[in-house]
Design a protein around this ligand. Sequence first.
Ligand SMILES: Cc1cc2nc3c(=O)[nH]c(=O)nc-3n(C[C@H](O)[C@H](O)[C@H](O)COP(=O)(O)OP(=O)(O)OC[C@H]3O[C@@H](n4cnc5c(N)ncnc54)[C@H](O)[C@@H]3O)c2cc1C
Length: 349
Amino acid sequence: MTIAAHPLLTRARELADGLLSPAAERVDREGVPASHIEAVKRSGLLGVSAPVEYGGSAAPVAVVRETAEILAGACCSTWFVQTQHHTPVLTLARTALPVRERLLGPLARGELLSGVAYAHLRSHPRVPVRARRAADGWRFSGTVPWYTGWGLNDMLLLAGVTEDDEALFAFVEAREQPGLRPSEPMRLAALTASRTVSLDLDGLRVPEEAVALRVPFEEWAAADRPKTRNASPAVFGIAEAALKLVEEEYAAPVRARLGEVRRRAYELADHPLPGEHTEERLALRAEAFTLLRTATAAAVVAGGGRAMSLDHRAQRLAREGLFLLVQGQTGESRTAHLKRLAERHPAGG
Ligand SMILES: Cc1cc2nc3c(=O)[nH]c(=O)nc-3n(C[C@H](O)[C@H](O)[C@H](O)COP(=O)(O)OP(=O)(O)OC[C@H]3O[C@@H](n4cnc5c(N)ncnc54)[C@H](O)[C@@H]3O)c2cc1C
């Protein structure tokens, strides 16, 4: 079977064209509705990377990327809420700890939706969230700066750093409870619809059997670092959606360059040694952002004054593009991106 004929791609297109895309401007203003989450749960897409024996599809990575492009291009907020789920699924698929048997099936089959709270680990040696040993498990304290999907998802994969400098990941029910208090949903330049909050943790009790991963921090960081260097499929999805709003004669050259960057970025993402070609990965990531900005600017220009209306697709895509600039950003990718932006305007050039 070719990738293009994979049933999950058909499902993603049906969901995108039949539900997500027509509602996207309304959702952007009003929030991702529970009915969108139900549709995503029913679609099978939450199990795209999950093992078949647990009810998932174990689809090739090319299918995973393309479903992300399709969903992000249709409704970035819905894509972003559901994309959090794939890290919990992969974490469970790789663990032999008891939580695997409790949660991998329900997550793979889309009966439960999980969010994540772990990007704060990347600010190490700062420790925004500490996990301390207790008699019956762990106590989490500190502040999670960003948690998407509050009120929409069922579970939360929460990460903290232990006193022995380990990264500890554990599953918690995503609801207010003693030791866990959410902020009000944040009002953001884009993706307010994703119901993103910060979480105040004050001795949150987490039993040992909820732990999904516990490894030395450096071991976790070494595996995590390469992931943040690759261009995100969502960038290509949103750029494509923006180019659809532009006359073909102007869209075509941008689309052609976007295709080249996408091909090479995905080749590198599939490279067996994720630690290699760091410079090129970061350069492609930055160039994908440049093309995204070009595409969304072209969509706004093509739309004229009406493009400023909150009902207009172009302004939504442009704001979502802004969000992608910082999503998953690390110190390394921040520096690389800023350097590329400065190089485009050399002094005296
Ligand atoms: C709307 C939204 C929703 C999100 N939802 C989630 C979620 O559900 N779960 C989750 O885990 N994460 C989530 N995130 C986090 C997201 O992935 C982070 O934005 C991303 O990891 C960047 O983190 P940051 O903004 O804290 O750091 P950035 O400011 O982007 O910095 C990245 C790194 O650069 C370095 N740095 C920053 N400023 C400076 C400076 N002035 N000088 C030198 N170095 C510097 C620091 O080392 C920092 O860690 C969300 C973010 C947003 C915006």
